[in-house]
Write a protein that binds this ligand. Structure first.
Ligand code: ADP
Ligand code: MG
Length: 269
C-alpha cells in the first residue's frame, strides 16, 4: 500500500523529526515529566533502539513517534506529517496506514488463527476477504511461519507468537515498524530470532524499525542507540558513558549455559 507522498516530504528530510518535545502527564502535585525537551532526527531505513532505565521515558517517546500519543509541547514530524497537529481520528487513520506495532506480550487474539490475527489490520482497508487472506499468508511467509497459518496462539511458542505479531505489523506495508520491548517476554533463543527478523525488515524490506529494549544483545543488531534517562535524551559524554556500560553488559558470555553454541562476541554483521 504505497500511500501518496505529501509535497513537503523529500528524500533528504529525515523520516522522523522531533523538535523540543515534552510530554507531561497529570497536573499539580501529581505531575510527571515523562519526556523533556527532546529533539532528534531519525533517517528512513534505520534500525534504532531506545534504551534506558525503567521510567526514563522510552515508551512515551515511542508512543509519540508512532502517533499513539501527542506531545504536551513541541513538534513531532513523521513522514512529512505534523502528528502533534492531528486530532485523535486523523491520528488513528494515519497510524493504520504508516505504522506497524509490536508489543511485549504479543497481543494476539486467542480465538483466531495466526492467519486471521495477521489479517486483522487489513479490515480497515477496502480489500476482499480473499485478498486479506492472501496478504496475511505472504506476511507469515516473510517471518517463516507459513506452515502455522491455521494454528491459534496457544499452539505456538512465545517466539512464534511474536513472529506472528511481526507479520501482523508488516501486513499493511507500513513505513515504520515500532516495537516496545519485543524480546522482554522471550527466552534467549526466541529473543535472537526476533532481533534477527527486525533487522531483516530493515535490510530486506527497507523498513524503518524503532524498538524500545532493555536487552544489551540488541546492540549487535541495531544501527543506532538512543539513550534516555529521567525523561531526557542523553548526548555527548553522557551518551558515551551509557553506551560503554551496555558494551560491558555484553562482554561476558551467559553464565551456566553450556548448550549455547553462539559466540556472544560475534561481530556486528
Ligand atoms: P519507560 O518506558 O522508559 O519505562 P515511560 O515512558 O513508560 O517509561 O514512563 C515515563 C514516566 O512517565 C514514568 O515516570 C511513568 O510512571 C510516567 N507515565 C507514563 N505513562 C503515564 C500515564 N499515562 N500517566 C501518568 N504517568 C505516566
Ligand atoms: Mg516502557
Amino acid at each position: 500500500m504505497s500511500a501518496a507522498r505529501t509535497p513537503e516530504e523529500s528524500p533528504i528530510e529525515p523520516l522522523i523529526r522531533l523538535k523540543s518535545v515534552s510530554r507531561v502527564y497529570g497536573s499539580g502535585a501529581a505531575q510527571v515529566r515523562a519526556l523533556e525537551d527532546a529533539s532528534i532526527d531519525i533517517r528512513a531505513g534505520q534500525f534504532v533502539a531506545f534504551m534506558g532505565p525503567s521510567g526514563s521515558g522510552k515508551s512515551t517517546l515511542l508512543n509519540l513517534v508512532s502517533g499513539i500519543d501527542r506531545p504536551t509541547r513541541g513538534e513531532v514530524r513523521v513522514a512529512g506529517r505534523r502528528l502533534d497537529q492531528l486530532d485523535e481520528d486523523a491520528l488513528s487513520r494515519w497510524r493504520a496506514r504508516h505504522v506497524g506495532l509490536i508489543f511485549q506480550f504479543f497481543n494476539l487474539m486467542p480465538v483466531l488463527s495466526a492467519r486471521d490475527n495477521v489479517a486483522l489490520p487489513l479490515l480497515l482497508f477496502d480489500l476482499t476477504r480473499g485478498e486479506r487472506r492472501r496478504r496475511a499468508e505472504i506476511a507469515l511467509r516473510v517471518v517463516g511461519l507459513a506452515d502455522r497459518a491455521d494454528h491459534t496462539p496457544a499452539m505456538l511458542s512465545g517466539g512464534e507468537q511474536q513472529r506472528v505479531a511481526i507479520a501482523r505489523a508488516l501486513v499493511t506495508d507500513p513505513d515504520l515498524v515500532v516495537a516496545d520491548e519485543p524480546t522482554g517476554d522471550l527466552d534467549a533463543v526466541g529473543a535472537e530470532v526476533v532481533l534477527d527478523l527486525l533487522r531483516m525488515l530493515r535490510r530486506e524490506l527497507g523498513k524503518t524499525v524503532i524498538m524500545v529494549t532493555h536487552d544489551p544483545r540488541a546492540l549487535r543488531y541495531v544501527d543506532r542507540v538512543v539513550h534516555l534517562d529521567k525523561g531526557r535524551l542523553l548526548q555527548g559524554a553522557d551518551a558515551e558513558q551509557a553506551a560503554q556500560a551496555l558494551e560491558l553488559a555484553l562482554g561476558l558470555p551467559e553464565p551456566a549455559s553450556p548448550t549455547s553454541a553462539r559466540d556472544a562476541r560475534e561481530p556486528r554483521a
